[in-house]
Every structure is written in C-alpha cells, then in structure tokens.
Design a protein around this ligand. Structure first.
Ligand SMILES: [Zn+2]
Length: 266
C-alpha cells in the first residue's frame, strides 16, 4: 500500500457519521440543526438587505427557524458543492435545494452515514439572505465514512468539467474529507501529493473550503494545499484552538445546536 491508497476519512468538527442525527427510519422523522445564536445578527442583516419585502419583526418571530423565510431571492446560476457521504434527498429542508447528486462510491448517492446530510443542512442554514444557491452533492465516502482518494480526485475533476459545460457554475465547494498520508506523517505533505495537486488545480476556478483535520497541529490533505503560498482559493477550516500554522486561512466552524424535528407526511 503506498501513500495514495490510504483511505480518505471524515475530518472536522461535525459529528462523524450518525445517520440518526438526521433521520429516524423507525418513525420516518427527519431532524435538522438550527443556526447558532451568534449567527443571528449576520443572517438578520443579510435578510433585511436582500429579501424583497423583508420585515425585521418577521425574522425575529421565526428565528431560529430561518428556513421559514421563503421570500429570499434564488440565484440558479451559482451552485455550492458538498463533497461528503451523500445526502438524504428526501429531507424536508433539502429536497428543494438539490441541483444534482453524483455518486463516486458505487453505493448510490443516498447518504447512509449522516455526515453529508448534516453538512448540507448546516450550509443550507447559513445561506438565507443572500441569493440562495442550490447544492451539487458529490458522494466520495460511503456508509463507514471512508473512501478511496481516487473518489475525491475524480469528484474534483468532475466539478471542473461541470463548470465548463453548463450555464450554472459551482462557485464554492465544502470538503469535510481528507487523508493523513502515511508517507507524510512526520513532516506533513508539501502539497505535491495527488490529492493536493488535484485540489490546487480545482481551486483555480472554485473556492474550496476544506476541513483541516482531526489532529491538533496536523493538517490533512488536501487542506495542506491551503498552506502553500500560491493557493489563496483553498481555505483550511478548523477549530481556532487547533489552529495550524502557515499561510492558509483557518476559520471557525459551524456546529449544530438545537435540533428541530420534522414529522413525516401522512
Ligand atoms: Zn497533500
């Protein structure tokens, strides 16, 4: 086994792999996180600035269920990609927000892990108030939260091809996946592994937000590529108390707070 065959895994602060956090098969109920309180002012300002007929009192009344503010403008030409464990396409908060789901695992695009759906929900919750973008979900790891590096490399290439052929464009991509290549375990990858090179190429046209890793002070690939001086379009995202050194950007994470339950339709 060489370095390029080490599996990619889920990285980042979100809970890794609990389908029960987003769906209960026994009752058919879906769950969703609500936005954290400290995002309230930002989301409120965006709503007031951009939604037609925005009404501050209405925002305050529905908070934190901001998805009930359906008057947001929608921009169909700009898309957000989520590279993760797939998505529960029937989720009440997501079914209107999916542009396309592509499976690179052979398992089917449906999320059997839970992480991808949770990440998509968190991205959905941070989106109201600006022209709301639809998601392209690229499934790169399966139910066990692991996958081949080749899946992620193919997904990165797929996004570039997608942007070349259509009128809609992927403008940002969220990648909560990475690998600690054993070859680079001591010094850290210098940005020349196959995964980092693919990310650098993709970041020429798409802003990549990549989870930095699960180990303090150790940045996984392809987040490592963010710390090369020439890659401003790759953001390594991690907890600020685990900030890695280098030129890349380390931002705060979005974490679920209160959980909201959606009853099944009868
Ligand atoms: Zn690398």
């Amino acid at each position: 086994m060489d370095a390029d065959t080490d599996p990619i895994e889920i990285m980042g602060a979100e809970p890794a792999g609990r389908l029960g956090d987003v769906f209960d098969a026994a009752t058919g109920r879906y769950f969703a996180p609500t936005p954290q309180p400290h995002y309230r002012d930002m989301l409120r300002q965006l709503y007031l600035a951009q939604a037609p007929g925005a009404d501050a009192a209405r925002f305050d009344a529905v908070w934190p269920r901001i998805w009930e503010l359906t008057e947001y403008p929608h921009d169909p030409s700009q898309l957000v990609a989520i590279l993760d464990t797939g998505v529960l396409a029937g989720h009440p908060l997501l079914r209107d927000c999916l542009h396309e789901v592509v499976d690179f695992t052979g398992e089917g695009g449906e999320d059997r892990n839970g992480h991808g759906t949770l990440v998509t929900l968190l991205a959905r919750l941070m989106m109201p108030g600006v022209p709301r973008r639809k998601f392209v979900v690229l499934k790169c790891v399966g139910a066990d939260g692991r996958g081949a590096q080749a899946n992620l490399i193919r997904a990165l290439g797929w996004m570039q091809a997608f942007n070349r052929r259509g009128t809609a464009r992927i403008v940002t991509a969220n990648i909560s996946l990475g690998v600690y290549n054993r070859k680079w375990l001591v010094l850290g990858c210098d940005g020349t592994c196959a995964l980092c090179r693919a990310a650098v190429e993709t970041a020429k046209e798409i802003v990549l937000s990549v989870a930095a890793g699960n180990v303090a002070g150790k940045t996984a690939c392809p987040a490592r590529a963010a710390f090369l001086p020439s890659n401003p379009a790759i953001l390594a995202v991690g907890r600020s108390d685990e900030a890695t050194s280098g030129a890349g950007t380390v931002t705060g994470t979005v974490e679920p707070t209160e959980r909201v339950i959606f009853q099944p339709k009868h």
